[in-house]
Design a protein around this ligand. Structure first.
Ligand code: FES
Length: 109
């Protein structure tokens, strides 16, 4: 029996304000999907969850967004993130279909 194929979509507005529609992979972070597709989101610490430059606003159009990791929760509390502000390096695509929209908040001037 074949495994059901996951067909998740990410609409991503990058650091320049350009919009991209990307296929995703379960287990990958939003930042990893962006980098794989050469879509610019700032990420000074390389995805370690320590710089905050990969901050996005995440809207779960279909499928719920995962809970914050411990490292993300600490930064969100320290910096006063709003409920839909997330670190793109810490948001991992689940093993189910989702349809998310994310907007980079660390924009080029
Ligand atoms: S890349 Fe530094 S916190 Fe995400």
């Amino acid at each position: 029996m074949s495994k059901t194929q996951i067909r998740s979509i990410l609409k991503l507005i990058d650091s320049f304000g350009d919009e991209h529609v990307l296929r995703t992979t379960p287990g990958a972070s939003i930042l990893e999907i962006a980098v794989e597709n050469s879509v610019e989101i700032h990420h000074s610490c390389g995805g370690m969850g320590s710089c905050g430059t990969c901050r996005i606003r995440l809207t779960a159009v279909c499928g719920s967004a995962p809970e914050r990791s411990e490292i993300e929760s600490e930064m969100a509390q320290d910096r006063g993130f709003e409920a839909d502000e997330r670190l793109s390096c810490q948001v991992i695509f689940p093993d189910e279909d989702v349809d998310w929209t994310a907007e980079a908040l660390d924009r080029e001037p």
